[in-house]
Design a protein around this ligand. Sequence first.
Ligand SMILES: [Zn+2]
Length: 784
Amino acid sequence: MRPPRPADDENASPSRFGAGLTRHQRRRQEWRLRDEHSEELLDDCGLRLADWLANGAATVVKQGAHRAVYRLALPSGNYYLKQYRLAGPRAWLQNNLRPCRSYREAAGITRLSTVGIQTAELVAVGRETHGPFSGESFVLTRELPHTRPLDEFLRNAAEASLLEERGDQASLRRRVIEQLASLTASLHRHGLFHADFHAGNVLVQSDGDGARLFLIDLLPLRTEAMTPQRRWSMLGMLATSLSPHASRADRRRFLDAYSKSLGVHDDPRTVEAFCAAEVVRRQSRADRKWRRGNRHVAILDADGIACRGLAEIGRETLVAWRNSIARGEAASLPKTATLRRLPAGNAAREAWENGHALLRRGMPVARPLMFLEKRNGGIIVRDGAMPCATFPEWLRHASDGVCREDHVETLAAVGRLLRRLDDAGFTAPPDAIAVSTGGGVIVDRPEQVVRRTIWRPRREGSPQRMLSTISNIADRTTVETAYRGTTARPAESTTEPQSVVRRRVPFQRAAAAVLLAITTLFAGCRSIEKPTTVAALPAKHSVRASQLVLISDFKLAKDDPLVDDLIDLREQVVSTLQLPEPRQDVVVYMFSNEDAYRRYLEMVHPGLPSRRAYFVGTKKELAVYTYWGDRIQEDLRHEYTHGILHSSLAAVPLWLDEGLAEYFEVAGPRPGGMNGDYPHQLAVAVANGWRPDIDRLEQVEEFSQLRRIDYQESWAWVHYLLHASPDTRQELLAYVSDLRDSTRPQSLSDRIATVEPSYPARFLGYVATLNSSGGAVIRAASEL
Ligand SMILES: [Zn+2]
């Protein structure tokens, strides 16, 4: 957590924010409010909350460990009450080392009004006092009538614009977006940073032709020096919350108005690229939190059953559903809910997790309420009726009784949905999409949807597979046109390899332009002595060999030993792991020196740990970034191995990805050479009490969590599995084979345990023999 600005804490004192409010002490509660409210709000003990809850004047809006929000309907008007709770010693400490949270929020409200940004009116602020210490604290604000959150407004405006008031709604929408831009600019002009700047915290009050915006929830408001990074970080938060509702035109309009209002010259392409990366980063963080379990998820695992449900449904209800479903009886589900059986494995969990991930991105999908998984199969319970047909079924029957207009509209809807999925980093097979009776299109089988994120990519990057199922050419064109939308974006082709090389040049020019813009933009806040330099991708020369494309600024011969070695490596990886032929190109960007390489990465992916090479998989490209240095061969072998794996498999668990890359980076006529002093270091670690744990490795999902010993351990597991016995080898191959289609097959540790229950001991013994064998020791290094 960042240290608070002293100015923010000074402002959070009643002497600063309390103008017009008087102090009222009631037993252990201290209040600041206008005298006319004291009778209505307080009795002898303090706030009348218990009374209001009892007589129905207060209703709970949100309830959590850290705070509760109530709506109050009192004779003098309607109010919102926020109650900041103290969950644990840490919260208590924070509440007392700094002004209490209600005081800080009150300071934020006052601060906003002084700079002319509208927010809810502050009516009362209170805190519990325990001697000199603060306990729980309260903020009471007046309800803003006829308002709704911005995200809801935009969603409804989008729906309404499909109806007759198209023109009015569209112009209202434009005005709201421009006002949002000027509100944001105004915050930045006054050095105000909102650390939770999302569309839910912006309220829209519209009366048909005009609209006013209010910013609420001001505890995370603080004073900051407004660097471009800080400004953009707020734009990124906003973009994340608006991503399901805002179009490209909306984003452009926002950026235009924002730059004009603030008087800055941010390059729109650069800011858009930055925000797009932020959206991906923030959404995948939300996905991870969801997977681990958070306050919205009730974990209901029972004997031999994995089960999770939406916490808001209530634990008791969920347990009742779980028990009756597990017994095979009809559960007393709500009328709108439906239940779907899924094969054994992880399908039910995938349907649950992907379903919620898609919902967070505003995709049309039935809301998963609960999943349940047993050894012999899984079940997903979701909200909403069953759609009438999968998209392929619908195509087959579409000719009977559907008028042509509806037919075209549905096809276009499929195209738009595919595009949105694609932009969000998901690939959906045709069966995953369904068409409902009204012609609406939804993702009906989220368990079949595959994610592709920046660091763990997936080979399919276009709707080709979907398109190939549509035999009618006119239909196909409709879907494809809608998929492409208004932006010119060539459909990616995997059949004509040369096109990849040709297309790359304009892309690089664009990238260089963006980078130049970034450099210029940040030049002001970096040290002045440093000359402004442009970091750009190598572009001058390219060599192609099988699915490998090497791009550099210096000339590399096609028969360079380095290129030959990589071609051999590809054969080794494919035959050792019995992989299908890799289908996607791996593009290696080879910088001529370390400096150019580092500058480029720092510009495009700021904050990445410093490494000699990176493999970055996106939906568009499997790319390796590295530079010509002493260890170029092993670095290239390592990263190219990642590329081959990701080009052949649906998913590669992080530990296995690194274990295999460490395994294959060792050059030699046959794979399996010792990787540097790994055997020795592992033996030392074992002597010092370290124990391998493949279960734990399998849980690691972020490369930043991989420690040096984890790379070594991963390498050793791969070596063990491939060489200890035919059985272990078979288990690894079967696992790799499952990874071709499934992103989460049965875990490898479970499989090995079945074949060889005492495998941990065997593995330790194997590690010891590796160290004494003194096999062909070849110099190599981990990425750390
Ligand atoms: Zn690696």
